[in-house]
Design a binder for this molecule. Structure first.
Ligand code: AKB
Length: 332
């Protein structure tokens, strides 16, 4: 490992007038392909490299650069950053909340050890680094309604613990080594053409697919479980805006962002306005329910709104309309 002194950092810097050269880790998860599409439009196809340890589907492979990268392999990561002259790193590899509880050792490796590799690579090569955090970085002793940026954070999941660790380590590297670390705490993200993998908020994606395909939905959270949520377009736009925000607008390095909050019952009701025959039943998953009961109900994001102009576009009715249009037209 090369990270031995402060002087070894910042050996490569990039001019702000150049297009960034972006690497996205965990690129085949819920958000990577959509983010790559957005960044490629802005910076050029070849300036955005998606990476993962899985084989990409052919439409992803043919839409722009894709590379194998294992964040647990430090040399492999460094080779990619050096050979491709990477200047921005978006670190999406992570195990989510529910799947993390089912495999704590793997979640610890990927979410904590993997992050250490990413931080060292980014600091060594003067990269701008984005790491998402989450509503899951809060816990039962945090204020839940609303949850501000700065408050008690004692999450009870390995996912939450690893995300608080990421927030603190990123901010530490920023203060200690000048790393340009940027972090947004995402709500549950709802997307039509990509699936979340093993989260607590997944029900809010599944309901749309089941409603369109079968007219029935079995929800694994109680009907009155309120959680903050966001449509994927808002999430990806927030990410790009925060990555591009001038340094002097950032009074903090980790921000809450929010769009809406709803319960399964409220979401089902909104979907039933379009699909009145939808039948919703409840079969509670105790692990997910306990996690959801410890998370924020409403997310306070005024710092993001004031500092760098964050503003969401999608509330619940627009979200439902957009999802149903998308999935409905796809299934025809
Ligand atoms: C999960 O449910 O684990 C994620 C999240 C809110 O971070 N979607």
């Amino acid at each position: 490992r090369q990270v031995t002194s402060d002087a070894s950092f910042h050996s490569v810097s990039f001019s702000e007038t150049d297009h960034p050269k972006v690497l996205i880790t965990g690129g085949l998860g819920q958000l990577g392909v959509g983010l790559a599409k957005r960044l490629r439009k802005r910076f050029g196809n070849n300036n955005v490299i998606l990476s993962d340890i899985r084989k990409p589907p052919s439409h992803v492979f043919h839409s722009g650069p894709f590379i194998y990268s294992d964040i647990l392999d430090y040399k492999n990561l460094r080779e990619i950053v050096v050979n491709n002259r990477i200047t921005w790193l978006v670190h999406y590899s992570a195990l989510l909340s529910a799947v993390g509880e089912a495999n704590v050792a793997l979640a610890r490796d990927v979410n904590i050890t993997g992050l250490h590799n990413i931080l060292d690579i980014a600091a060594e090569h003067g990269l701008r680094l984005f790491v998402p955090s989450t509503i899951g970085a809060f816990g039962p002793t945090s204020p839940r309604n609303p949850t501000p940026d700065l408050c008690v954070q004692r999450p009870r999941t390995i996912y939450g613990v690893s995300k608080v660790h990421a927030e603190l380590m990123g901010e530490y590297y920023h203060h200690r080594y000048g790393l340009d670390f940027r972090c947004l705490r995402y709500p549950g993200i709802i997307s039509a053409d990509s699936q979340p993998g093993g989260g607590t908020t997944d029900y809010a994606v599944a309901i749309f697919h089941d409603a369109v395909k079968t007219g029935k939905f079995e929800c694994n959270l109680k009907p009155d479980t309120r959680l903050p949520m966001m449509y994927i377009d808002d999430c990806l736009r927030a990410t790009v805006e925060m990555m591009e925000a001038p340094t002097d607008t950032l009074s903090m390095r980790t921000y809450n962002i929010n769009a809406m909050s709803f319960t399964p019952e409220e979401l089902a009701h909104e979907v039933q306005k379009q699909l009145p025959d939808l039948e919703v039943t409840y079969d509670i998953d105790q692990v997910r329910q306990a996690i959801a009961d410890s998370w924020p109900m409403n997310f306070e994001d005024s710092n993001a709104r004031n500092d760098w102009g964050w503003k969401h576009d999608y509330d619940l009715p627009e979200l439902v309309q957009t999802m149903l249009n998308y999935i409905g037209s796809d299934s025809r």
